[in-house]
Design a protein. Sequence first.
Length: 565
Amino acid sequence: MRFSRNQDRITALREEAEERDARRRAEAEGLPYLDLGVATVDPDALTLVPEERERRAKAAPVELKEKRLKLAVYSPKLKEAEELVEDLGAKGYEVDLVVSSERGLEAVWGRYLKEPAATSRRKEIVSEAILDEARFIEIQQKVKSTAGALQLLNQLKEAPTGELIESIWGAALVLEASDVHLEPRAEKEATIRFRIDGMLKEIGEIPIEQAKLLTNRIKLFSNLKLNVTDAPQDGRFTIGSSLGDIEVRTSIVPAEFGEAVVTRILNPKSIALDMPNLGFRHDDEKIISTVLKRPNGMILVTGPTGEGKTTTLYAFLKRVKTSALKIITVEDPIEYHLSGIEQTEIDPETGYTFVAGLRSILRQDPDIILVGEVRDLETAEVAIHAALTGHLVFSTLHTNNASGAIPRLVDLGVKPGVIGPALALIVAQRLVRRLCPYCRQVFNIEELTRVKFEQFLKTLPRRVASASLNRELKIYRAGKGCDRCDEGYRGRIGIFEILEAGSYLDLLMKQGATETEIEEAARKKGMITIQEDGILKVLQGITSLEEIERASGPINWLEPLSSLK
């Protein structure tokens, strides 16, 4: 203990001697002295210069106000430092030199350029200044559409990085964007795009130097390495705001003209929806509610990436959640935090994979389990075993339709004999844009087309007759857009197909039925396809025929939409 205290004192004395030496050198050069051990360092300034060059020059930019830059140096006479000052001056920066100790410079480099800690998945809370309430209200007043966001961005091309990032994410939240893309497109410019209702919209361009500062600020928020620009990095952070905490997932990849950044905004509003608002018809909701009351079985939600599968699963969890049930999830990553539910996140680096997590949580005596995705045979087998032994299991699978989920499980290596007894329900889904009710236009159809729609309705199961349809068969298309929408659309809704398992499925599995045979049998039992559900939503005035064809392919019994006026 005495040796340790002596060592600490020796270290402290050595550090004090370094700082005294720095003060003497500063006085000799006629420059201010700065103790970097206690000084506040501006990250935007620090990241102007690559780490390797900062170390060679024994220098660090520590403060940036417009084009005035404070540069801490060990010695202004060092050749590399003189070259750095000259280069910064050539770029238009007015450089103010201060003298610091080498120890202080090391502390600065270590503070911002160190390897992230082992807990790199922890959330970083962004200052509430990022979305100051007064500033957000101002953004809401200015940004009513993508055109408003473009105008706002054009006013910020010389703005500080903090103001720019505040405005971009504020506008993204106002427009309910799911993703913000920052894409270097040329040597001097970068493009910002928002994904709104599934469609990418260009918001504007900013200078490439401003884009680099913005990228580095995002890296800091996301606990990523600032000095790594040639390899992909993933992270996440939380925006603290007057709207509540909003999770943001970050993905950065190297591109031709710099680093391309995509941040996904996980707004809690998107999981505050009940099943009707997600797009489930009343008759489908009754089927799902009945299945959710079962004590065991597997419920799969299928569809491509980005089609709302996780949101649907969360809606199911909210429907079944009670204090009498223990619900545990294993996700990649946890997208939304739900109260009253134990949520875990996979971490392959520590061996916590889907299958390892699933095996672990089965020892926690759960009633209901959510597995983020069935990706391999091991996960599929453990999940199916859990469904067969008294657990209700929710998961997702990447297939195009409901009947395709069964051959997919067989392709993974699951024995066909256990699939039928384990499955309770398969939901396939897509997302389509909602028509703006304020500017939508009537889609005039000829009498022959009207007859085709009437014939279509006659082919549907009897249970669908209860759907709220426009009996006049009035169809709408997107309008030119108004101050309440974006090009005639606002928001999205799901279109679904629901395959309810039963004894017929067990028989089909024993017979080695194909996907087509499974679909035909399910349709005889009352299943309607994703496209048919979409057409019903067209007849309800919710969406357009163009959206249904975009999401599900051509409607083979309907003439080309271009011929319909």
